[in-house]
Design a protein around this ligand. Sequence first.
Ligand SMILES: Cc1ncc(COP(=O)(O)O)c(C=O)c1O
Length: 291
Amino acid sequence: MNTSSSVIQPLSLDVFQQKKIQVSIKRDDLIHPFISGNKWRKLKYVLRDAKEKQKTTLATFGGAFSNHLLAVASAGATFGFKTVGFVRGDELDIKNPVLKMCHLFGMRLIFVARDEYRNKDVLFAKYFDTNKSVYFVPEGGSCMKALPGVAEILDELTDTYDYLFTASGTGGTLAGLAKGVADKHLATKVNGIAVIKGGEYLNHEIEKWIGNTPYTLHTNFHRGGYAKTDNELVLFARNFSRKTGIVIEPIYTAKMIMAVMELASQDYFEPDSKVLCIHTGGIWGGIGLLF
Ligand SMILES: Cc1ncc(COP(=O)(O)O)c(C=O)c1O
């Protein structure tokens, strides 16, 4: 794990130059090949808690292309836990490379139908009710214990930013950033781009973690919904990799950067604003959508 500060690189895309704003990207994708980006940030203190409670197995949940499942599988192998992954869905491509990698790291995969997958507590109890050695890691790793690890992003910043941006799936990363900014009394405006349709419900989840700590969740940049792509998005992600050498996938980071570009073109940012986008890593889950 490269736990030293991840680098920050300028993103000099045309629209940012036209609007005279300085946009940079924090390369959390470089933290680790599989426990990358927000995965490491969110799992760090969850893993510590599991160790302190002397748990020997991590059980968690995800879709067939889940970056989170892969991160937990890899973290388990690295830090000496057995791992179990409940995989959602009936139309599974169980030979896909993400699940293959989970298997390679020794994760036991349990495939469950969508209905059964919905209630994680019931599912966990069905398999591990009396087994006290198994630690429940929520889907996406998002929980109260995940927030301080995300907030550590702010400790690594040597510059001050007017805006922070992250992609939002469960809202855990956004909550951690917002809490960190509030705790440090920074004026930075924390923004999330919901990558799912109807993302407004994330506000309720986030409120459970951080109450009324301020942040902004943009819910109109999902481009059709979770893991939905279109030509413009795919072409953008491909061109971005070619132009910058930074690989972004279309489910999270490409959607977030396109949203920041769109906001810039709508004059959302005052001239001279400094904007920092977090590359939340996890390229393996969505990379197949680029080809
Ligand atoms: C690569 C990547 N970026 C962003 C997110 C969204 O983060 P969060 O679920 O904390 O909102 C996820 C999913 O957790 C992800 O895999």
